[in-house]
Design a binder for this molecule. Sequence first.
Ligand code: NAI
Length: 466
Amino acid sequence: MDYKIADLSLAEWGRKEIDLAEAEMPGLVALKERYRHRKPLAGAKITGSLHMTIQTAVLIETLVELGAQVRWASCNIFSTQDNAAAAIAKRGIPVFAWKGETLNDYWWCTLQALSWEEGPDLIVDDGGDATLMVHEGYRLEEQYKQTGKLPEVDAENAEMRIVQELLINQLTIDPYKWHRAVKCLRGVSEETTTGVHRLYQKRDEGTLLFPAINVNDSVTKSKFDNLYGCRESLADGIKRGTDIMVAGKIVMICGYGDVGKGCAQSMRGLGARVVISEIDPICALQAAMEGYEVNTVDNMVEIADIFITATGNCDVIRVDHILKMKNNAILCNIGHFDNEIQVNKLYEMEGVEKVNIKPQVDLIKLPNDKAIILLSEGRLVNLGNATGHPSFVMSCSFSNQVLAQIELWQNEHEINVYTLPKKLDEEVARVHLPKLGAQLTQLSKKQAEYINVPIEGPYKQDYYRY
Ligand code: NAI
C-alpha cells in the first residue's frame, strides 16, 4: 500500500469531479492528445509537491499518460481535497496527502514523495519545499561525511527543526540518499512566486544543486492564475469560512502584485471599500490609479473589517497590529507561507485563547477582551477554506508545468533558473481560446512585416510586460 490518504472510499466521488474538471482544462487535454503516442516523459520518475486538489489530479494523470511514474504530496497542510487524493490512490499512483496534516505529517509526506529506489529524475514543486528538502538533506550528508558525526538539529525556525530531525533520522538509515537523488535529478519546475524567489536566491549564492524552470513567470501562469485565479478563489475562501457580507466593508489588502490585484478586484466586485498597502511605489501608484485608497496597515488597523495578506513577505501583520483590530475583524492570508501574519507569536502571548468554530476557522480571543476571526491559521485561505482556483485557470498553469517537465526530461541543462520560451507561452494561451469562444485575429504578411514579428509568433519581445 504505497499511499497515505484520509479515506479511499472517497475515490468514486473524486473520479466524478476529476472528469468534470477535465472538461474545463483544455490545455492539459490538448497536451495529452498531442503526446499520448510519443510519450515524451517515458522513464521519468517525477516527485510532485503541489496542492493535492482535483485539478492537480488531472495534472498527475496527464504526466502519467505522457509516460512518467509519479509520487505526490501536497505543499500545504490544509490544501488537499481528500476525494482527489483518494481517486489518485485508487489508480495505483503513490500519494501522501490529506486535509489537516500536522507539520510532522507534512514533512513525512514530502519525504515519502521524494523516496524512490533510484530518483526522482524530476520535481514539480510549489513553494519549493521538495527542493528545500533535497538541498538540506544533501547539506547534512556532506556535514556527516566531513565530520564523521551525526549532525545536530540547529535551525532556529521550528518547522525547519522538524525537517532536520527527519533528515538526520534518514541519515542513520541511508547516508547517501540525497547525493544519489541529486545525481539523478534533471531539474525542478517551480509553480509559485515564493518558490521562484527561493530558487534565484540559491542560484545567486551558488548553492543550487540542479537546473530549474520558473513556471510562475510564464505569462500564462502569473498573469492568469495569480490574478484571475485569486479573483475567484479568495472570495470563495472568505465566504465558505465566514459567510460574511463583504459589501460595504473596509477590506485591507497587503501587497498589490499579481495576487493582490486579483484580490482587490474580487473584493471590489462584491462591493467592499478596498484599501491597499504596498512597499513598491510602482505597485502603489498602480493601485492608486485603479482608484483604491493606498495606506499603511498602521493607519488602517483600527478601521478595516477584513485583512488579507498577499505579499510573499514575513511579519506584514504583527501581533501589535492584531491587538488594535476591531472586535471580530477577519484575518487571512493568500500568500504562499504562513509567516505573513504573526500567528505563532500571537499564540505564544499570554491570555490568548483559540476557540475553534469549524475546520480552518478560529475565533481568537485576545487579552484585551476583543477577538479576531482567523482563517486557515494564516495559511493559504483559498486552498484551506475553499478548493483553490477553478480548473480553467489551473489548466493554463499546469500546461506550463507539463511543458517544463518535458523540456527538463528531453534536454540537458546547466544548473540555472530558466523560463519557458514565449512561443510556448503563446501556445498555452492559444489552446485555451476556443473553450471561451474567442476568435483570434490573423496577422497579414504586410502587417507582420510592419510590426516586425513572425506571422506565427512570438508576437512580443521578452521585455514586454502585458
Ligand atoms: P508579487 O511579487 O507579484 O507581489 C507581491 C507584492 O507584495 C509586491 O508588489 C511587493 O512589493 C509587495 N510587498 C512585499 N512586502 C510588502 C509589505 N511588507 N507590505 C506591503 N506590500 C508588500 O507576488 P504574487 O505573484 O502576487 O504572489 C504573492 C504571494 O502569493 C506569493 O507568496 C505567491 O507564492 C503566492 N501565490 C498564492 C496563490 C494562491 O493561490 N494562494 C497563487 C499565486 C501566488
